[in-house]
Design a protein around this ligand. Structure first.
Ligand code: ADP
Ligand code: ZN
Length: 814
């Protein structure tokens, strides 16, 4: 017996033990292997021997795959570790901390097409063809599906009717069909092009005198003789040299054709920005000096860089990165969303040239594949990427920067539910690297850690050139409604400010964190509202698309003219979103050029980047959008920021509602006055006295932190305690509540301990995508024992565990 531990990409499944048959070399951690799993052969990844985590973790799915007698692995796919061992260990940590299957965590670290999976295929034999007409029933059906040489997956055939598997097995025994297992997916997905070279013979001047050479061939050969690196076949074709000509030349031995690998470059669209030549401000200089000192020690150090919007944090990252690279180590820069922060990518590309790679999920599979393999080969020193780039196969990382560390998109909202920032800290610790968390509005967690001395804290209080922060004015919408009626969208103050901005030929940003045209359709006759048939939410009207759409499951229907319930014609549209604000601004200022950025406008790849580029180039006057436009942009001609309903979200029963509101308002106000022109922000709200709005308007982070921490401590929410959220899904509301109740009772059995259990309660979104949902919480100070207790309880109730979502350190409990 030569056992190895293997992670397979199956949700919630723990690592499995296999045997390496005699004669096969022992694969090392990070290599991919083919292993039998149930009746399939799947790709797995070899884990380090004493990984440790699999000893304590529970297998959430029934232990159907656990074997006392391990099966043999089928094959080893790699000669070198595919994933570097530190990344394998990082994935193991993620699986343990976030309570997910280790294979799922490993899969997150893999590039596209790394898992080759096999499925059985069936084909008909000659004997089968001959017997086709004499067979009957299911056997006949199966043979008919295969006749004429069609090869079909067993799964596809079996789906057609029951009993097919048995029929296929019998047909195979009788020699009428064959069953094979081809590998699915190609192992190498590099893109190649055909390149044509003149051969030695072709380079000989005498070759042009070859008697059989036609006019076209002579011209083509002339061109190739002048191109020492060869010419791509496509290039030649564009010049009128067709492939027949090339083939003729090749037959004559005058040219050769080879396949050359090309890299798909996602930077093609994002030009590099030349490095700036300015001097740092005194504050920047101070922060950079400290960071350099920390980096020089070459040991793990977490640092919170708290710098107001426009204080020049990017420049600090760049200069620190240069130092780290000079010391021979590598750099990872994480940003919340590359499409929205192209500036960071362009700046790094400008500073460090071709040895920069970019990794994020909006790249095509091919691009991601190429970038990943470039990094893995060691051709890259700097990686710029989103959340998943925390698993980038970069070796010898000396610096990780997590820009806008407070941003919610660092948390993945499907399994594995990891937080990119927190995984970055764990990675930096293992690598002995500096990790810089940058933000103008740090998360409560990070600031709390800084206050408690777990992170170093560096502060930038001033903008570059001492530019003032935007002056913020609050408009109380209650007085506006009293004076102008309930349909006001843009207050008088905002309209006046917009007019003045447009008159001065400056630019404005208008934020409303809700997309669509109207947020509900309501019948005035019977009071019914148009709801999603799958989710407990009302449908949003999208006027341009002419649809009423669910923002959770994407169900949509035409906008009705009459009520579906009472057939009355008195339908009213309530509430408004960005589409409506865009229309409103267009009707008040018909000559203004207005653009809109929200999730409805990003359907086409690159659409957002285009819009932002047009706005940056001054081709648009006003940009309307959701929170997407609040993120990290630097538009020097923006002098006005309007916030239409600042309190959206404050009404939600989520413990982070105030924090999110504060961050959004501070960030969006920070978009104004970043150039030489001073800026103003106008904030419309129904709750002018709420502390998140008051402090955001004064851009007073410290005051907000104190108030918010008091609230979190009194209500026992993070960062005062650790929180785990469990949502149980079921067919009916009663079943969901009952199953959640079973979990709660089992968790309470040990009696008062290191944690408290709350619930069960109907989840705020009680129905989602057709499923009913109940939730429960664990709150405590010792995360490990909380998780352990939960896994034990779920492990012994696999039927419920399959329908449970476990979220450790949730960003939201909605
Ligand atoms: P932050 O990320 O802190 O909000 P940025 O890094 O986007 O700020 O910097 C804001 C702007 O100031 C950018 O255009 C940047 O090029 C510029 N900048 C940064 N540092 C300096 C400096 N020392 N002198 C002049 N301009 C600077
Ligand atoms: Zn829905």
């Amino acid at each position: 017996m030569r056992p190895i531990t293997v992670a397979v990409p199956v949700p919630t499944l723990d690592s499995l033990t296999y045997n390496v048959p005699d004669g096969m070399p022992m694969p090392s951690p990070g290599m991919r292997v083919l292993v039998p799993l149930g009746n399939r052969i799947v790709t797995g990844c070899v884990l380090p021997p004493e990984g440790g985590s699999h000893e304590t973790k529970q297998d959430l799915v029934a232990s159907a795959f656990r074997r006392t007698d391990p099966k043999d692995i089928v094959d080893v796919l790699d000669a070198e570790p595919f994933l570097p061992e530190p990344i394998v260990r990082l994935a193991e940590w993620v699986a343990e901390y976030y309570a997910c299957g280790v294979g799922e965590a490993i899969a997150t670290a893999m590039p596209p097409r790394a898992w080759v999976e096999s499925e059985r295929h069936a084909a008909i034999t000659d004997a089968g063809e001959a017997r086709l007409l004499t067979e009957r029933g299911l056997r006949r059906d199966v043979l008919e599906r295969l006749t004429g040489g069609r090869v079909t997956s067993v799964g596809a055939i079996a789906r057609a009717s029951r009993g097919t598997h048995a029929a296929l097995a019998a047909l195979e025994r009788d020699g009428l069909v064959t069953l094979t297992r081809p590998l699915k997916g190609r192992a190498d997905a590099s893109r190649t092009v055909r390149v044509v070279h003149a051969t030695a013979q072709g380079l000989d001047p005498a070759s042009l005198e070859t008697p059989r050479l036609g006019e076209r061939q002579r011209t083509a050969l002339g061109r190739l003789r002048a191109a020492p690196d060869g010419l791509a076949a496509a290039e030649l074709a564009a010049d009128g040299v067709d492939s027949a000509t090339i083939v003729r030349l090749a037959r004559l031995g005058l040219v050769s054709i080879e396949r050359r690998r090309v890299e798909r470059d996602p930077f093609e669209a994002a030009p590099a920005v030349a490095p700036a030549a300015f001097d740092l401000t005194a504050e920047q200089e101070g922060a950079l000096g400290t960071l350099r000192g920390i980096a020089a020690t070459g040991t793990f150090a977490p640092v919170l860089l708290h710098g107001v919007t426009g204080s020049g944090k990017t420049e600090i990252y760049l200069r620190l990165a240069r130092d780290v690279l000079a010391a021979g180590r590598r750099v990872l820069l994480m940003v919340p969303e590359i499409a929205l922060t192209p500036a960071a990518a362009a700046a790094f590309r400008g500073a460090f040239g071709r040895r920069v790679a970019i990794q994020h999920s909006a790249l095509s599979d091919g691009e991601r594949y190429d970038q990943w393999h470039r990094i893995r080969r060691g051709d890259v020193d700097v990686v710029v990427g989103t959340r998943s780039a925390v698993f980038t196969p970069l070796t010898d990382v000396g610096l990780i920067v997590v820009d806008e560390e407070h941003d919610g998109s660092y948390k993945q909202d499907e399994s594995p539910r990891y937080h990119g920032r927190d995984v970055a800290i764990v990675r930096a610790r293992a690598a002995g690297a500096v990790v810089v968390l940058g933000s103008a509005t740090p998360s409560l967690e990070s600031y709390y850690n800084a206050e408690n001395g777990r992170y170093r804290r560096l502060t930038l209080e001033r903008r570059v050139f001492d530019r003032p922060l935007a002056n913020v004015r609050i408009v109380d919408m209650r007085t506006e409604y009293a004076a102008e009626g309930p349909d006001v969208i843009l207050s008088g103050a905002l309209v006046d400010a917009l007019r003045a901005t447009l008159d001065r030929r400056e630019q404005a940003i208008v934020l409303l964190n809700r997309r669509g045209f109207a947020s509900a359709v309501f019948c005035r006759q019977c009071g019914d509202t148009l709801e999603c048939p799958n989710c407990s939410v009302s449908l949003t009207v999208h006027r341009a698309a002419g649809r009423a759409r669910c923002h959770y499951c994407n169900y949509s229907t035409g906008v009705p003219k009459t009520c579906a319930k009472c057939a009355g014609p008195y339908l009213e549209q309530l509430g408004f979103g960005t589409e409506r604000v865009e229309a409103e601004i267009g009707s008040v200022f018909p000559s203004a050029r207005v653009g809109r950025v929200d999730r409805d406008t990003i359907r086409r790849r690159g659409a957002i980047a285009d819009l932002l580029a047009r706005f940056g180039a001054g081709e648009l006057d006003v940009l309307v959008g959701t929170q997407m436009i609040a993120k990290g942009h630097d538009f020097p001609r923006v002098t006005l920021v309007g916030v239409v309903s600042a309190d959206i979200g404050l009404g939600l029963a989520d413990f982070r509602a105030a924090e999110r509101t504060f961050q959004l308002l501070t960030q969006v106000a920070g978009r104004a006055g970043r150039g030489e022109l001073a800026g103003e922000a106008i904030v419309q709200t129904l709750y002018p006295d709420h502390y998140s709005i008051r402090h955001a308007c004064r851009q007073d982070y410290a005051a907000f932190y104190r108030d918010e921490l008091t609230f979190r401590q009194s209500m026992r929410y993070p960062p005062a305690v650790a929180l785990i959220n469990v949502v149980v899904k079921a067919r009916t509301r009663e079943a969901a509540m009952q199953d959640a109740g079973t979990i709660v009772e089992a968790l309470r059995v040990p009696g008062p301990g290191a944690y408290r259990v709350l619930g069960p309660a109907p989840a705020p979104l009680v129905r989602l995508k057709g499923e009913h949902r109940a939730q429960l919480f664990l709150k405590g100070t010792h995360r490990t024992s909380m998780r352990q207790a939960l896994l034990t309880v779920l492990g012994s109730r696999p039927e419920i565990a399959r329908r449970a979502i476990v979220d450790v350190d949730p960003m939201s409990v909605l």
